[in-house]
Design a protein around this ligand. Sequence first.
Ligand SMILES: Nc1ncnc2c1ncn2[C@@H]1O[C@H](COP(=O)(O)OP(=O)(O)OP(=O)(O)O)[C@@H](O)[C@H]1O
Length: 340
Amino acid sequence: MIEVSNLTKKYGDHTAVDHLSFRVEKGQIYGFLGPNGAGKSTTMNIITGYLAATEGTVTIDGKDIQKDPEEAKRAIGYLPELPPLYVDMSVREYLEFVAELKKVPKKERKQQIDEVMEMTQITDMQQRLIRNLSKGYRQRVGLAQAILGYPEVIILDEPTVGLDPKQIIEIRDLIRRLGENHTVILSSHILSEVSAVCDHIMIIAHGKLVASDSPENLQKLMSGSMELELEVKGSAAAVKAALQKISQIDRIEENTEASKNIAKLKVISKENADIREQVFYALAEAKLPILEMTHAEKSLEDIFLELTEDVAPTQSEKHKLFSKRKKPEAEETVTTKEAE
Ligand SMILES: Nc1ncnc2c1ncn2[C@@H]1O[C@H](COP(=O)(O)OP(=O)(O)OP(=O)(O)O)[C@@H](O)[C@H]1O
């Protein structure tokens, strides 16, 4: 559907996008996630033909966005970070203008405009001048213009910036609904936003793709070893002795705040080993009752921070990140050149 290949954008000496390669397949919601300045807007602007790349290509359904912009752009609806609204037009006038630009057939225009206004809940505002609309409503008008013409791909750059929590929930619901019939690419620096709606997350840092997978797989693949917090009735020494025979334990850390008769320990397994059952049986056999056992999972937030640390990853660090990951799943649709 969309093939981004070796994309590079330089602003003078500064490389904003650095040899980025990925593929977007039909009918999924993709999250493009990265901290401020990571290169998200630049990438979106190149994909949508607003900006020329320094190097590399973008094709949409096989059509090159630079060489065949009219055809390629027809497949895309774009909501830039700052929607280009004409504030002296009313909402309906503006959408009529956009429908004309997008060459929506004349006899379908009225119905389509009514439909997208309904979807974005701006029907009541249709006669209002855009300059008199609140930020939330302007954002919806921006969304309505992106959806108009029902392009196959809808690209939204930070669609919920500046909205209040209620509006954010409404826009999220709308994005989910759009995902039923369109391919959606959504850029954001807010992880919860992306993980709430996206089937697939691409994490970008310093213009490079550092991870690309489903939210579940990212969590699974990056979590590596398992950490168990244990509270056991008995002495720490006895608990450690009982756990000694479990070969898949990497190390045990003792919590010194524990009382004399209750041991509190952190047990860390070797890579990808689930040791919960073995811990249970070993301690039961030693007659050391487990009072509490919790499995501390790495959150997506931790993973995001780990991947986008404020230092550009060196080649070897990047290799380490990828080597933590298992082979890509068969259904994985996005790949990076480096990851291959
Ligand atoms: N027109 C420009 N001229 C010079 N540098 C630019 C220009 N546009 C962007 N940059 C720089 O390129 C880098 C990437 O910017 P970009 O806007 O693509 O990041 P972003 O991930 O979208 O960030 P944000 O979430 O803050 O919008 C930043 O360091 C930015 O300062």
